[in-house]
Design a protein around this ligand. Structure first.
Ligand SMILES: [Mn+2]
Length: 328
């Protein structure tokens, strides 16, 4: 609450804002950025959104006015200082902004983190939120309600609804509480169409994505305990189906649909790195597991990335490390 007031004060007493989020942004990242952008614009502030990555194609509908910019080292070299405040959303580790990391770290401007992941890095002037929130969008909703900084409207409700819908796995993950449903009920009163929003996010994928899903499911193996399921997607698979990184979002969840499996892992090889995603059931803390390898996330969903490596370089040691987290 106190932090919400501080954030309100900082917003009201400054003029220029830079908003950014993590590599390969998900809907919560994009929607939180856009919700903040709308709030700032309503207050007559200058705001821009600049991200390391392009907005994934299935989420571009959220950015109707195409305000999100993709970071370009030359074009954007002054943005970190030509601003009053930097708002970093849906991440709490600076390395998650990749090419923008150095600029952010060196900037002397006020840096604010609005996020719901575990263990924030100690580099921000103010941290808003906490891991009790289901989505960064939920934090922004609470910020608006508790400060009254601007009123909710259709456009903000649309972003916050989409953020919460996606980050709760369409209202089924752990933090889907009665409180969340009350927020959702209020948002729907602005005239949102849940069917339309769901279809936009989940029913407009490229053909290649469903083929790569097939390859992912085909690749599933169990470890020697039978309690860890893992998928392996070498670079050839991605090239064959001409898919993009965002296409595999959520595939790892299928690992948890197997009886007795406690941890799911996806090994996903990209051109420059191997991305490893973890999912777990119950109290198994995969954010801790991911942090053993320089990553992070939530208790039940986390990940890490190994640059300049192949799947074979990391697979065995990751599975071995994961076995320590299994509950017998
Ligand atoms: Mn999130």
């Amino acid at each position: 609450m106190e932090n919400f007031k501080q954030l309100q004060k900082i917003i009201e007493s400054n003029k220029k804002f830079l908003i950014t989020s993590h590599v390969n942004p998900d809907a919560d990242a994009i929607c939180s950025e856009l919700a903040l952008y709308i709030i700032l614009k309503k207050l007559g502030k200058e705001a821009r959104i600049v991200n390391h990555s392009f907005t994934p194609y299935n989420l571009q509908f959220l950015d109707k006015n195409r305000v999100i910019e993709r970071f370009d080292e030359n074009f954007h070299k002054d943005i970190f200082n030509d601003t009053d405040v930097i708002l970093v959303v849906d991440l709490n580790q600076m390395n998650r902004v990749v090419r923008m990391e150095q600029g952010l770290r060196l900037s002397k401007k006020i840096k604010i983190c609005i996020d719901h992941h575990q263990h924030p890095e100690n580099v921000f002037d103010l941290i808003i939120g906490g891991s009790e929130y289901s989505a960064t969008g939920e934090i922004i909703y609470n910020f608006m309600k508790s400060t009254g900084i601007v009123d909710l409207d259709y456009d903000i409700a649309y972003q916050i609804y989409t953020a919460i819908m996606t980050d709760t796995g369409s209202f089924r993950f752990e933090r889907t509480s009665s409180k969340i449903h009350r927020i959702i009920a209020e948002l729907l009163e602005f005239g949102l169409n849940p069917t339309e929003i769901y279809n936009q996010v989940y029913d407009q994928f490229n053909f290649g994505r469903i083929k790569i899903l097939g390859e992912s499911l085909n690749s599933i193996e169990l470890d020697s305990t039978g309690k860890i399921a893992f998928m392996t997607l070498p670079i050839e698979v991605q090239l064959k189906h001409n898919s993009v990184e965002a296409d595999v979002d959520g595939f790892v969840n299928y690992c948890l649909t197997i009886l007795g499996v406690q941890i799911g892992i996806l090994f996903y090889e990209l051109k420059d790195s191997v991305k490893v995603s973890f999912r777990s059931k119950g109290n198994i803390d995969v954010s801790k597991l991911a942090s053993e390898f320089g990553g992070g996330g939530h208790v039940n969903a986390a990940g890490t990335r190994f640059f300049n490596m192949k799947i074979a370089d990391v697979k065995n040691r990751i599975i071995e490390a994961s076995q320590k987290y299994i509950i017998q």
